[in-house]
Ligand binder design. Structure first.
Ligand SMILES: [Zn+2]
Length: 253
């Protein structure tokens, strides 16, 4: 299996998260998910690709259908099938046939889809981006700029390192404790003097989405953990800095 289907039950949208079989090689200047063979297998060759160069920040870029429509044939040809966006960890669009992509090796992909208003979004959220609030910011932008409705927004919190495996030291845990008390970080019993905590990043993101006005029943969370399923996924932490990156993508048709 090269990828998992996301939003299987939803109409008008195609979304995926690749397994290690569909992963791409990392690059020092910022990896993007450009797997032409896989795009061909998924029937996505004709889409216009959006490739953010992710920096664990909170910058979100909006690709408006109106702007896409203004592009001339010549301009489209120059872009050669897609656009790279520097310093970006969240992307959204109200245009059909625009494939939003991100790359992952433990950090969460967060997929957003409003079928009624025709809006999609994709966010790369590690602990830094989550503490900085990239997901609630994305929700607000989708509503304010692209006319999404909170009641219609469906959110899928995808595979990533999970509470079973996401061990961190007190510096990182303190950021979570400050933000959410002890809700999403649990101290680990161990014999050493080192303080260790397990973070539940997925639950933190879900709570943020609920606080941003998304009905809880609209939010689904993947049970897949990239760290403890080596047969399916690459993991930056498990492999001590993998060069492979799994791809997330979403497009309206
Ligand atoms: Zn795990």
């Amino acid at each position: 299996m090269k990828y998992l289907d996301i939003f299987e039950k939803e109409e008008g949208v195609q979304a995926f998260f690749t397994t290690k079989e569909g992963a791409v090689e990392g690059s020092p200047d910022g990896t993007v998910f450009n797997n032409e063979q896989l795009f061909a297998e998924m029937g996505l060759t004709d889409t216009f690709k959006v490739w953010p160069r992710q920096v664990h920040g909170t910058n979100i870029e909006v690709i408006k259908a109106a702007d896409m429509q203004r592009l001339t044939e010549e301009e489209l040809q120059k872009l050669n099938g897609g656009i790279i966006l520097p310093d970006t960890d969240g992307i959204m669009t109200d245009a059909k046939n625009v494939l939003l992509t991100t790359v992952h090796a433990d950090c969460l992909p967060v997929y957003l889809y409003d079928a009624k208003n025709g809006v999609i979004g994709l966010v790369h959220a590690g602990w830094r981006g989550t503490v900085a609030g990239i997901v609630p910011q994305a929700i607000r932008r989708m509503v304010a700029v692209l006319g999404a409705g909170r009641d219609h927004l469906k959110i899928h919190i995808g595979p990533g390192i999970s509470k079973c495996c996401f061990e961190v030291g007190p510096e990182v845990a303190s950021r979570f404790l400050l933000e959410w008390g002890s809700s999403f970080s649990k101290p680990v019993d161990n014999d050493s003097d080192e303080e260790k905590y397990l973070l539940d990043l997925k639950a933190a993101v879900k709570q943020q989405a609920i606080n941003a006005g998304i009905p809880e029943e609209n939010i689904e969370t993947s049970t897949h953990c990239t760290f403890c399923e080596p047969e399916l996924f690459c993991s930056y932490r498990r492999e001590g800095g993998t060069y492979m990156r799994m791809g997330a993508g979403i497009v309206m048709r």
